[in-house]
Design a protein around this ligand. Structure first.
Ligand SMILES: [Zn+2]
Ligand SMILES: [Zn+2]
Ligand SMILES: [Zn+2]
Length: 455
C-alpha cells in the first residue's frame, strides 16, 4: 500500500507500508495539502483512513483513495482519485470552502471538527454502516474517528440532532434498544406468563367431560387406551367424552397451563429484562448538516460571523431581537419614531451552485453579503439567521430610505452577473413602523411575519 502526501509545487512524498500508523507521519517536516491512499486491500486502506481521521492535526485534511472501497471507505474518504494532480485540484476546492470556517486545523472540539468537515464537503452525509460486532449495531465511521475521548458516538449524534445542527435524511432501519443501557443487543425469550420462568414446554392437553380434569395427554394414556386418570372413565369420542383445551403450554416451575407464552427482551449487555413494547425505538438514518449547522461551522455560536469577515455589522439573533423590541416599544410610546425592518433572501443559491460549483457560488454569496454591510448606515444593525437570509434594522428610516436601500441592493445583484449571465437572485421585504406594526406584535412575531413574506 502507498500513502502519498501531496504538496503544492513540491514533489509528493510517498510512504510504502503494510499497515499505516501515526508513527509514519509523526516527525514529518512539512504539512501536506492532501493525502492519496493506493492499495488493493480495503481493510488496510480503511485502517489508514481511520488513522488519519483520528489523528487530530490531520482530521480534516482532504484524503483520497485510488479504489472506491466499501461503505467505510466512502464514509471517510473525499473521493476516488487516479492521480496526485487530480487529488490536488479537488483538495483546493475543500481548502477554498475552509476559508469561511477558519481553515482545516483542528478546532479542539468534536462538534467543530465534524461541522467544519461537513461544511467543507457540501452534500456529504453521515451514512450508517451495519456491523453486528459493533455495540450499536450501526456505526457512523466518521463520528467514531472524530469523537472526543470519553464521549459516546450515539449520544453525541443524538445531541447534534436535538440541537438542530444535523438532521436525519434517509431512514435505513429501526432498532429496539434496552431501556436501561440503550444496547440493541437483545435476546427475545418466551417465558411463563404466570411466574416468568423460562422452563416451559409445549404439550397436548386433554379435558375430561365427565369430571372436568385437564392434564397433558400422556397422563390419559394407559394400556394403549385413552382414560381419565382421575375418574377412570374411558374417553372414546372427541367432542362427546373429551376435548382439547386451547392451552398448549405447561410451566414446570409453577405448573400453570397457558395458550401463549409471554415474550421478554433480555439485554445481553446489562441483563435487564423488559416487555418488547417497553423497549426504546430508535430510527437509524443518514444525517446531513442543517442551516444552523452550517452557520455554527463558521464559528462557535454565531461568533464566527463577527470574526470571519471584518467590519461586518452582524449581530447575534438574541441581540437583534432585543434591539428590535426596543425600537418597537419606543415607537409605541412615541409614534413620531419610525424604523424599518428589511429582509433579503438569496433565492437561487442552489442553481448557482449547480452552474458555478459550490466554491464559486459560495464566494459570490459571501462577497454579496459583505458588500451589503457596506451599504448600511452607522446606526443600522443586521442579523443573518440563515445562510441565505439577512435582516436589517434601520432606526429612523422611513419607506423611502428602505426602498433606496433595496434599489442599491438590486443593483448589486445585477452587477454580480458573470459572462454567462449567472447572477444572484434575491427576494426582499420591508416593514415600516409604526404604519406596518400590528397591535400587540413583538420582535419575534414581527420577524416571523416578515419571514413569511420571504418564502
Ligand atoms: Zn375424568
Ligand atoms: Zn410458571
Ligand atoms: Zn441493557
Amino acid at each position: 500500500m502507498f500513502v502519498t502526501l501531496c504538496q503544492q509545487d513540491h514533489r509528493p512524498s510517498r510512504i510504502e507500508t503494510e499497515r499505516f500508523d501515526v508513527a509514519d507521519i509523526q516527525d514529518l517536516a512539512f504539512d501536506p495539502l492532501c493525502i492519496r491512499i493506493e492499495g488493493e486491500d480495503t481493510e488496510a486502506v480503511n485502517h489508514a483512513l481511520q488513522t488519519i481521521r483520528a489523528h487530530r492535526p490531520w482530521s480534516l485534511k482532504p484524503v483520497f483513495t485510488a479504489m472506491p472501497g466499501d461503505e467505510v471507505t466512502r464514509a471517510l474518504h473525499d473521493g476516488v482519485c487516479q492521480s496526485d494532480q487530480q487529488a490536488l485540484a479537488l483538495a483546493r476546492d475543500i481548502e477554498t470552502l475552509a476559508q469561511s470556517v477558519n481553515g482545516l486545523e483542528d478546532a479542539g472540539h468534536q462538534d467543530q471538527r465534524l461541522l467544519r468537515f461537513m461544511f467543507t464537503r457540501p452534500g456529504k452525509q453521515l451514512q450508517p454502516v451495519k456491523d453486528w460486532r459493533h455495540a450499536d449495531v450501526y456505526s457512523y465511521p466518521l463520528l467514531e474517528c472524530f469523537v472526543d475521548p470519553g464521549e459516546k458516538t450515539g449520544e453525541w449524534r443524538t445531541r447534534l440532532l436535538r440541537r438542530g445542527l444535523l438532521q436525519e435524511h434517509e431512514l435505513y432501519d429501526r432498532l429496539r434498544l434496552c431501556g436501561s443501557c440503550s444496547s440493541p443487543h437483545l435476546n427475545y425469550v418466551d417465558v411463563c406468563p404466570n411466574c416468568g420462568d423460562i422452563h416451559i414446554e409445549s404439550k397436548k392437553f386433554i379435558h375430561c367431560f365427565t369430571c372436568g380434569h385437564v392434564a397433558p395427554q400422556e397422563a390419559f394414556t394407559s394400556d394403549g387406551i385413552l382414560a381419565c386418570p382421575k375418574c377412570l372413565s374411558a374417553l372414546k369420542h372427541i367432542g362427546s367424552d373429551y376435548d382439547r383445551p386451547l392451552e398448549s403450554f405447561l410451566c414446570s416451575a409453577c405448573e400453570q397451563r397457558f395458550a401463549e407464552p409471554e415474550v421478554v427482551a433480555s439485554c445481553l449487555q446489562c441483563g435487564d429484562t423488559a416487555k418488547p413494547d417497553e423497549l426504546v425505538v430508535r430510527p437509524v438514518a443518514s444525517c446531513q448538516l442543517t442551516e444552523a449547522g452550517r452557520l455554527m461551522a463558521r464559528g462557535d455560536d454565531f461568533m464566527g460571523l463577527f470574526y470571519s469577515v471584518e467590519n461586518l455589522k452582524f449581530q447575534r439573533p438574541q441581540v437583534f431581537l432585543h434591539m428590535l423590541d426596543w425600537q418597537i416599544s419606543i415607537t409605541r410610546r412615541y409614534p413620531d419614531n419610525h424604523f424599518a425592518l428589511v429582509g433579503i433572501r438569496i433565492t437561487n443559491a442552489g442553481q448557482l451552485a449547480e452552474a458555478l460549483g459550490h466554491v464559486s457560488s459560495m464566494k459570490l454569496v459571501e462577497l454579496f453579503i459583505r458588500l451589503l454591510s457596506e451599504y448600511m448606515r452607522d446606526a443600522d444593525i443586521s442579523m443573518r439567521d440563515q445562510e441565505y437570509r439577512v435582516w436589517f434594522l434601520m432606526p429612523h428610516a422611513d419607506a423611502s430610505d428602505g426602498e433606496g436601500f433595496l434599489a442599491r441592493v438590486e443593483r448589486l445583484c445585477e452587477q454580480s452577473a458573470d459572462a454567462e449571465g449567472n447572477r444572484l437572485q434575491i427576494q426582499s421585504c420591508g416593514l415600516f413602523a409604526p404604519a406596518d406594526l400590528e397591535d400587540g406584535e413583538n420582535a419575534e412575531l414581527l420577524l416571523a411575519r416578515a419571514g413569511g413574506l420571504l418564502q
